[in-house]
Ligand binder design. Structure first.
Ligand SMILES: [Zn+2]
Length: 128
């Protein structure tokens, strides 16, 4: 494995950005609205008025998936920490793709997943 000058430069850039990393939370943050189970509720009317939006933080704790609803104040406080984590994941993926190119393996971006489910599994398997 012999990195080219371009590949060295790309690694240096990624490493410099990683060195600026801020505090980061694990898991995923999803803000969503949804209908409830009560028949006749406003969320089932036409036009429907869904409940929410609610901010839900999903992560693994001791191997179990745990979802917690954040308060608006928590969402405001934690949002940058989720954004930092997302940026870190993107930088790591970029570094991994760069390295994959050096060992002449097909990168995960070049290979088509056999179906959507497999693609989803891959996304979930990404570091939290
Ligand atoms: Zn409802």
């Amino acid at each position: 494995m012999e990195p080219s000058p371009d590949q060295h430069a790309a690694r240096d850039r990624i490493a410099a950005e990683l060195a600026q990393a801020g505090f980061a939370l694990p898991g995923t943050l999803i803000v969503r609205s949804y209908p409830c189970g009560k028949p006749g509720c406003r969320c089932h009317a036409d036009p429907s008025r869904l409940h929410g939006p609610y901010a839900e933080w999903t992560r693994k704790i001791a191997g179990k998936t745990v979802t917690r609803r954040l308060t608006p104040a928590e969402l405001t406080e934690y949002q940058p920490l989720f954004d930092n984590a997302k940026k870190l994941r993107a930088l790591l993926a970029e570094l991994q793709d760069l390295t994959m190119a050096m060992i002449s393996e097909p990168s995960s971006h070049q290979r088509k997943p056999p179906n959507r489910k497999a693609a989803l599994r891959k996304v979930r398997a990404a570091p939290a």
